[in-house]
Design a protein around this ligand. Structure first.
Ligand SMILES: *Cc1c(COP(=O)(O)O)cnc(C)c1O
Length: 231
């Protein structure tokens, strides 16, 4: 299957799930998670109409930016971001999806202020409470959103989450629903219903995520094929 065929298949499944959730297919934003795939694969995905590409390693992103891999589509940063690498990301991507601590929020604010720009971000929720994963605890996200609102150079567009990989389907669905509930609460009470993106769902569960209210999914292997970790 080519990248274009994979995107068409994913889009069709997303459209069905959107219909079940009472939404239009155009309301679901498809991010291609292009890590470990070269510039040529990125270009293929862009030619096939992917809404954005998402990278999760700064070094790889910088290299592929230099190769013009993302020309023609928005670029998102979706991985764990260390504070000392913020300078390489702010202003280079249209959305940082993975802001999971106040320290990172402040570093982004400081860098964006220096560059005199506003950086769009999502707040990441650590819904499974995993020690090894970054993200705000569910009970801390509302306060984090308030903190972000008081910063002049970041704009919160929504929430992002990655549930524990080992969860069974039912538990996974419950995690999605919990983050959707947080999203609706924050949207109504802090953002006048102007949040745009609830980013959840990957290759194994994007349809369930959309059924639970996701408006953005991040899909890697179902589009680009299995990643070759020995590279
Ligand atoms: C790799 C990655 C994805 C996509 O994973 P697949 O299972 O290959 O679809 C989504 N989100 C993040 C943050 C990732 O790093």
């Amino acid at each position: 299957m080519s990248i274009a065929e994979n995107i068409a298949r994913v889009r069709a499944e997303l459209a069905d799930a959107a219909a079940e959730a009472g939404r239009r297919p155009e309301e679901i934003f498809l991010v291609g998670a292009s890590k470990m795939n070269g510039a040529e694969a990125c270009r293929e995905a862009i030619a096939a109409g992917i809404d954005a590409l998402g990278e999760n390693r700064v070094q790889e992103m910088v290299k592929k930016l230099a190769e013009n891999a993302y020309d023609g589509a928005p670029l998102h940063f979706i991985g764990h971001l260390q504070r000392n690498k913020v300078k390489q990301v702010v202003g280079k991507v249209s959305l940082i999806q993975s802001v999971g601590s106040l320290e990172l929020l402040d570093e982004i604010e400081k860098t964006a202020a220096r560059l005199e720009l506003t950086q769009n971000i999502l707040l990441e929720v650590n819904i499974g409470g995993e020690a090894a994963k970054s993200g705000f605890a569910p009970e801390a996200v509302f306060t984090a959103a308030e903190a972000a609102l008081s910063r002049q150079h970041v704009r919160v567009l929504g929430l992002m989450t990655i549930p524990p990989a080992a969860a069974d389907r039912e538990t996974n669905m419950r995690y999605f629903q919990e983050v959707h509930t947080l999203y609706v609460d924050i949207d109504e009470n802090l953002f006048h219903n102007e949040l745009k993106y609830l980013s959840m769902g990957m290759s194994g569960d994007y349809a369930d995520a959309v059924r639970a209210g996701a408006t953005m999914v991040r899909v890697g292997s179902a589009i680009f094929g299995a990643r070759e970790y020995s590279l």
